[in-house]
Ligand binder design. Structure first.
Ligand code: ADP
Ligand code: ZN
Ligand code: ZN
Length: 819
């Protein structure tokens, strides 16, 4: 039976710096209708590059020569047709090529190369046997004959050679069949031997100890992860005797096993929460009474859920999600990046189990691919993930939640500079869904939108069970006299309170926004500070590793260093980080059980969960750490929170510094007093008069908001204006500077009545990072449309200047950090 080839035109977004999609013709002999979301290989300027089908095109302008798609990669779409509009909007708004937008959106494992598997057909086999002479000339022919196929790995080596033509001619004759598949190992689906208990085990008394233990482990994993079949690997990891145990249990027919396609389940290590509160608070009820009808209506609406820490926002999310799921809609939940795992995740898993797919940076690319695949397939209709989860291929989202919406990790600040929170709102509006932005300390911008009626404001002003917010005490560190005259790490007040807490058997959190031992090393003789060779940044001392480390590029030098300028060996360490806190703390409280959470102690998700669990189970007295300890945990027995230095962020040249400091202090503060006993907070600072610190002391979000709005109005910063940052980076300082100034001159030509405002060019505050010099030009204006139009005029020049100066130019719309 022969099919007519389908001749169709397709709109294809190519993975290249080209603004708009291109049109291609279906591949020769294509007998399949290609669908939006499929990945293809297309010819472009003599190269073959990856592209993504966006739609079919009915007609093309006459006289235009349309090239054929070279081949189709994979058999299934990677995203949904409904998402095309979303991608197009993003490309336009962020001034980023659409193909690259899509590439960023898809999980990394997919961008692996596709390969070809060659299968020998029956006719082919006969031919080969008749022509054995040919087998001598090519070793791969004997492989093909022996195994009946050659793997993508070998085919990949043959493809650039003349053998390719031979194979293709064989395919035409029907001697071999060539199929496409993804190679690269990690992004393939995977099978494992999995075990399950039989339905009814009468008694385990007569079993061997290893068998009993194996059953217990299998049962445990199975209940906590909602799976009947558990991979052998996981059982053996938990209990090494499980290998033997499973074997003998199988012989006794007490377990069954089969080879299953396993999703590399990232939930295996999570502690689940599934308690549903008996009664909602009045405020929770009120919020849900507004949200639920909106979900049922199925039209776009947006809410800003401003709920103080411990007010039960998660429960609102969960119940709203349940409603959306009842409507056969899907649910998307975004969480901040740093939260390798959160209580929120545990709650969603506890309540919705296997319907949940998890997409965050803690996953391997294989796990990511599996999770993505479950969403494409419709097997998971709840997605929880960091910013890039906003691209998840969910069908018909009915509810989109952005937890801790103020968090700056929603912004990606290189390459495709998108903001996951803003895109969540957009996606909701395009899908007629409800979006909830939740925070105890909303971003000034979001609160402004709420005050202008763009978002519907919902308040949770009280903590669950009317628990009071913790009492905050400010300690002015400048007033503390020490013998050395140096700033002490802990004030007497903090030490006294920590001691009392230890005596009472209550837990404490101690926070400092800096890891390492000391901020920097300075030469006692000439004052030279040890800097990174590649960045304009001082190196941080990490005592445990005996090294000085660059927190930007990871460059290290041995800790016992001589001054590079005067060769003096007399170097002093200045400032403090969490490593030093830990050391001093264990000297002051020798008996205390102290744990530290930061990126040095905790690279893996499992380490992180272990520490959290230990705190949860009361095995830790004092937990100290960086932001890692501030997000999304609920520790009922924590009654004291210490902030070692609240002003680390205040000196940064960034108009959001005040807002961020307030948010940080409030978030850390919010970790305390969440149980029956009230909490106390001690904030050590050098700037006790700063409004961010004073307002955080009185839990006065509105006060901070009013103050910040005043400042921003007087300086014309967002939300009173919009900003686009054009970042110019390159290896040669001169090229970067020259390109920046040429770009500025061009830009001034397009200005009308000196609009938009052009600031710069100027070196970025971090002028050199990773061996690259960095300059920037800011465009500022009241109307974003004006900025967009202005930038569109410049786009061609940006491309050619970037090429000519060998520099990278990145357009950052609504920048979050301008460092
Ligand atoms: P938030 O996210 O607003 O800081 P959480 O959602 O973490 O607060 O809620 C704090 C704690 O209160 C959680 O342990 C949660 O399970 C519990 N909780 C939430 N709602 C209720 C309720 N209506 N009754 C009792 N406990 C509740
Ligand atoms: Zn020196
Ligand atoms: Zn560096």
């Amino acid at each position: 039976m022969t099919h007519e080839p389908i001749n169709k035109y397709y709109e294809v977004a190519v993975s290249a710096p080209i603004g708009r999609p291109l049109t291609y013709l279906s591949p020769a002999d294509c007998q399949q209708q290609l669908m939006p979301g499929m990945r293809v290989l297309v010819p472009l300027g003599g190269r073959k590059i990856t592209g993504y089908i966006l739609s079919t095109v009915d007609s093309v302008p006459s006289g235009q020569k349309i090239k054929e798609i070279y081949e189709v990669l994979g058999s299934r779409p990677l995203f949904r047709a409904e998402q095309v509009r979303f991608f197009k909007w993003m490309a336009k708004y962020y001034h980023y090529p659409i193909g690259e937008v899509i590439k960023t959106a898809l999980p990394a494992g997919l961008t692996k190369k596709s390969g070809r598997r060659v299968l020998l057909t029956e006719t082919g086999r006969k031919h080969c046997q008749l022509n054995e002479r040919e087998l001598i000339s090519s070793p791969w022919l004997s492989i093909l004959l022996n195994k009946g196929e050659i793997s993508p790995y070998i085919t990949g080596k043959l493809w650039p050679t003349k053998d390719r033509r031979l194979l293709e001619s064989w395919e035409e004759k029907g001697w071999v069949a060539i199929s496409n598949e993804l190679i690269g190992g990690s992004a393939k689906t995977k099978t494992e031997i999995c075990y399950a208990l039989i339905e009814q085990i009468d008694s385990t008394e007569n079993l061997k100890v290893s068998e009993q233990k194996t059953i217990e482990v299998l049962k445990n994993i199975s209940t906590t992860t909602h799976r009947r079949f558990v991979p052998r690997r996981e059982i053996v990891r938990e209990y090494p005797g499980g290998a033997k145990g499973l074997k003998s249990l199988a012989q006794k027919d007490l377990v069954i096993f089969e080879e299953q396609q396993v999703y590399r389940d990232p939930f295996g290590e999570c502690f689940l929460e599934s308690d549903i509160p008996e009664k909602l608070t009045g405020e929770q009820n009120k919020a849900l009474e507004t949200i639920i009808p909106a979900i049922n209506k199925g039209v776009y609406s947006s809410f800003l859920l401003h709920g103080v820490t411990g007010s039960g926002k998660t429960e609102v999310y969960l119940q709203a999600a349940a409603v959306a799921l009842e409507q056969n809609k899907s649910v998307l939940v975004l969480v901040p990046e740093i939260a390798l795992t959160t209580q929120l995740e545990a709650h969603f898993l506890g309540r919705f189990g296997s319907r949940v797919a998890l997409l965050h940076s803690g996953l391997t690319s294989g796990q990511r691919f599996d999770q993505w695949d479950r969403v494409v397939e419709g097997k998971a209709d709840v997605v929880i993930g960091a910013r890039s989860a906003v691209f998840a291929p969910l069908a018909e989202p009915g509810l989109i939640i952005v937890d801790e919406e103020h968090d700056s990790s929603y912004k990606q600040d290189d390459g495709f500079c998108y903001n996951g929170r803003d895109l969540a709102v957009l996606r909701a509006s395009q899908s007629e869904a409800v979006v909830i932005l939740g925070s105890a300390t909303p971003s000034v911008t979001s609160y402004y939108h709420a005050s202008m009626g763009k978002y519907h404001l919902l308040n949770l002003k009280k903590r669950i069970e009317d628990r009071p917010l913790p009492k905050v005490e400010i300690v002015n560190m400048q007033s503390i006299k020490t013998v050395s005259g140096r700033l002490p790490v802990f004030s007497p007040v903090l030490i006294k309170n920590l001691r009392e807490n230890l005596a009472n058997g209550e837990q404490s959190l101690v926070f400092l926004n800096r890891r390492g031992f000391a901020n920097f090393m300075i030469c006692r003789d000439c004052g030279q500070i040890v800097q990174c060779k590649h960045c304009q940044i001082s190196l941080t001392l990490h005592k445990a590793g005996g090294k000085l480390l660059c927190h930007y590029c990871g460059f290290t030098v041995p800790g016992k260093n001589m001054c590079s300028k005067c060769q003096s060996a007399s170097m002093a360490s200045v400032g403090m980080g969490t490593e030093r806190l830990e050391q001093e703390m264990s000297e002051i409280f020798p008996g205390a059980r102290i744990a530290r959470l930061d990126r040095d102690t905790c690279l893996k998700r499992n380490d992180y969960i272990k520490v959290l669990r230990a705190v949860h189970d009361g095995e830790i007295d004092i937990l100290l750490g960086t932001q890692m300890i501030t997000k999304g945990h609920h520790f009922p027995n924590v009654t004291l929170v210490g902030i070692v230095l609240a002003d680390t962020g205040l000196g940064l040249p960034d108009f959001r510094a005040g807002e961020r400091t307030f948010q940080l202090i409030s978030q850390v503060t919010g970790r305390g007093g969440r149980g029956e006993k009230p909490g106390r907070v001690i904030v050590q600072t050098l700037q006790p008069e700063h409004h961010s610190i004073m307002m955080a002391q009185s839990h006065d979000y509105r006060g901070m908001y009013a103050r910040e709005m005043e400042l921003r109005k007087s300086l014309g910063y967002p939300p009173f204006s919009r900003i686009i940052n054009i970042k110019i980076e390159g290896k040669e300082e001169r090229n970067v500077r020259n390109t920046a100034s040429s770009l500025e001159k061009l830009a001034r030509k397009f200005q009308k009545k000196s609009l938009p405002e052009i600031l710069g060019p100027a070196p970025a505050p971090l002028m050199r990072l990773r061996d690259r010099y960095r300059w920037q030009i800011l465009l500022k204006g009241e109307k974003l449309e004006l900025l967009h139009g202005f930038l569109s005029n410049l786009e061609g020049d940006i491309a050619s200047l970037s090429k000519a100066g060998k520099v990278k130019i990145t357009v950052d719309v609504d920048p979050e950090y301008m460092m």
